[in-house]
Design a binder for this molecule. Sequence first.
Ligand SMILES: [Zn+2]
Length: 162
Amino acid sequence: MPALADWMTLDADWVAAHLPRHVEDVEDRAADLERIARPAGIRRGIVADCPHCDGVLVAWIDDERQLRGRIVCTRDAGHSWEREQWRHLGRVLDPTPDLLDATHLADWLSRRFLTRVERVTVWQWARRGYLDRIDGDHVGRPLYDRHAAADWYLEHRARRAG
Ligand SMILES: [Zn+2]
């Protein structure tokens, strides 16, 4: 369920805007999303099955008070993740390796951002110095850190939009 876990590395605002679409990406889990407009402006989204028990992880995002989002298990309140722990949780929920070759990185970015990123685009970014190439794999293909690539993509897109 890569797409779902990945959004946890993003800002709460961005997550709030994209939550329903990302959850639709999850095909092999029973996770669904409820987007409840509550009086307090709190939105709740089902994230995934809890990695520690048979509960379900629910994200709480407060639109009005700009509180940082929080993810809590429905069965054990001790299973909770503050905003700065979301990246770690994302890694637990998304077994995708941190380092990917251009083809897999392009696919991963495409799923994560619900867009189409081509392999050649990854190569261009690397050639222009936006992405660091990391030691090649066993057949010598360069690898890229998907977290750094995602950060770059977000920044790049924001700059283009601005
Ligand atoms: Zn739990």
